[in-house]
Every structure is written in C-alpha cells, then in structure tokens.
Ligand binder design. Structure first.
Ligand code: SAM
Length: 229
C-alpha cells in the first residue's frame, strides 16, 4: 500500500484589512488639482510609518487636535482659524476633499493646519506618537448601516484603545453622528473601553456637510465628548 503524499499546505489567507472606507473615484476640479500639486508641499504630510516629531512639523509646541475623515475640511479649517494657538492635523482618504481643504487653508492663510491623505488607522498607529494629542475629532463617520457592513465602522474596541493611547491624559475624543444606532454603538464601545469619562457637551463645533445632509433627512444629531482618564 502506498501512503499518499501529504497535500501541500493551502496558501495562507491573504490578509486584507477591513477598511472603514472605499476609495471613491471622485473627479478633481482644476483648482483642487492645482492645490494638490502646489499647496501639498506647504500643508501636506506624506504618510510615513515612523512617528513624526510634531514640534518640528509645526515649528512650535502647542495642543494638537486630529480630525479623522474631515470630508471637505470646512470644519477643520474653521476650527483652526478660530484657534491660532492650537495645531490641527486632518486625515482624509478622499482626494477631492483634501484638495478642497487645501484651498480653504490657503484662502484663510492658516499656519496651524497639516493634512494627511491616508487611512487614519495607519496614521494613528504609525505616524502619531503616543500621548501626543489634546483631542481627536470624529464628525459623522461613515455609518455603514447594513448589518453585514458593521465591521467596517471605524469605531471598534481596537480603534477606541488606539485613540486613548494617542491622547494625552485629559485629552478629548469628540464624536458626532446622525445615525442613532451607530451612536448607541459608539457610546457602548467607548464606555466598555474603561479609558474615558463623559466630558462637558461641546460648544461651538462648526456644522459639517454631512451634518447638513443628516438634518435634511430629518435625522437627530447625536454628539458626545469623552475625556481620556
Ligand atoms: C460621512 S463622511 C463625513 C465627512 C465630514 N466629517 C462631514 O461631517 O462632512 C466620512 C468621511 O470619512 C472618510 N474616512 C472614512 N474612513 C477613513 C479612514 N480610515 N481614514 C481617513 N478618512 C476616512 C471618508 O473618506 C469620508 O470623507
């Protein structure tokens, strides 16, 4: 009797991380294209897997805030214009939004904003040092409403733990959504992390494009600020 040779090992499963976004092919306007070419050297930060020296990036020491998924960047630019003594880093994967944001930064003459065009999870994990942030803003993250897509939602236990590690003690995670069931999920995940306490409600957050859209659809707006313990 011949013993059959063992089957070759199956190919290891290809590891494709679950992303919280799909890259949309959105067309760049001529102005956005110019902004990406000409303004990127001034306001853009290329993704690097090494932690940045943020004091060097901004040429000073100041409280630093990151906005994840800034869309067209209007809220980012407005907040930065209102707080010249603070620094802001916007992270967005959608190029036309990045182009739009660069144009706003230039129009407002802001020196305290930098933009990264890359997955915010990588940016938090690799590019931003632990304890380096005074705040993380997450305004109207994609709700991924279908149950089979819930795993794509950016707010998951690992994400909340990562944000907690990048925030300094007392730093603020500020979240808003127009999707009631996602709000419940966010509140549950942040509470279960045991790393945050509920902070005072927000004052003066600029209204965003997706907030306006939610309001048009009659969605109630939910918002919470959590302080890192
Ligand atoms: C629903 S939109 C909200 C945009 C904006 N904050 C607003 O309120 O108008 C969500 C944005 O998050 C971006 N996004 C989703 N996941 C991301 C990630 N992992 N890293 C960077 N941007 C992300 C998407 O490209 C999209 O522009």
């Amino acid at each position: 009797m011949t013993i059959p040779a063992p089957a070759p090992p199956a190919d290891p499963p290809r590891h494709r991380p679950i992303r919280s976004f799909v890259r949309r092919a959105g067309r760049l306007t001529v102005a956005q294209e110019r902004a990406l070419a000409e303004l990127w050297p001034r306001y853009g930060l290329d993704f690097t897997p090494q932690p940045l020296d943020l004091d060097q990036v901004f040429g000073r020491r100041a409280p630093r805030f990151v906005e994840i998924g800034f869309g067209n960047g209007e809220a980012l630019a407005t907040m930065a214009a209102a707080a010249p003594d603070e620094d802001f880093i916007g992270v967005e994967v959608h190029e036309p939004g990045v182009g739009h944001c660069l144009l706003r930064i230039e129009a407002l003459g802001l020196a305290n904003v930098r933009v990264v065009c890359h997955d915010a999870i990588d940016v938090l994990q690799r590019q931003l040092p632990p304890g380096s942030l005074a705040g993380v803003h997450l305004f109207f993250p994609d709700p991924w409403p279908k149950k089979r897509h819930h795993k794509r939602r950016i707010v998951q236990p690992d994400f909340v733990a990562l944000v907690a590690d990048r925030l300094e003690a007392g730093g603020i995670l500020h979240v808003a959504t127009d999707w009631a069931e996602y709000a419940e999920h966010i509140a549950a995940v942040v509470t279960a992390s045991g790393r945050f306490s509920l902070a005072d409600p927000a004052s003066g957050r600029p209204r965003t494009r997706f907030q306006a859209r939610g309001e048009r659809l009659g969605h109630p707006i939910w918002e919470a600020r959590y302080r890192r313990d």
